[in-house]
Unconditional design. Structure first.
Length: 140
């Protein structure tokens, strides 16, 4: 069985962002030489996410509005986490929990085995600092 490990690094200009990383994952799959197997794509930070959905800006705006309703950024003092740690990112932890930590995608004939319109995204909820995503590929 083959395996391949790679990291992606992000430092977004904004506090929140959705970044399409599908081509990065496809490149990692090609480099791995795995023809049939699985790829795990994992946000390695507790205020960021990796998820699969459509690459459509209206939908991403909907995600932003939905997440802000569920876990609004402000006022910061509404969250115990912020009050205990003197940080301002409790909302980012909650948003990550909702959007998910990682995805697993099948690799078939050397390609990501997606359904219609599926793409892989990095979701940033407390940006403006360096974070990473792990890509781990296993198979034959």
């Amino acid at each position: 069985m083959k395996h391949h490990r790679q990291e992606l690094f992000f430092n977004t200009d904004t506090r929140r962002a959705f970044v399409n990383i599908t081509s990065d994952v496809e490149e990692a799959v090609a480099e791995s030489g795995v023809v049939n197997g699985f790829v795990l794509v994992n946000a390695m930070h507790i205020s960021a996410s990796v998820f699969i959905n459509d690459h459509e800006s209206g939908l991403h705006n909907d995600f932003e509005r939905f997440l802000e309703k569920i876990a609004p950024e402000k006022p910061y003092d509404q969250y115990d986490h912020n009050n205990f740690t003197y940080e301002d990112n409790a909302d980012a932890h909650i948003k990550r929990q909702i959007m998910g930590r990682e995805v697993v995608v099948a690799i078939t004939d050397g390609q990501l085995d997606f359904g219609p319109w599926e793409q892989i995204f990095y979701g940033e909820f407390d940006g403006k600092r360096r974070k990473r995503v792990l890509i781990k590929i296993i198979g034959e």
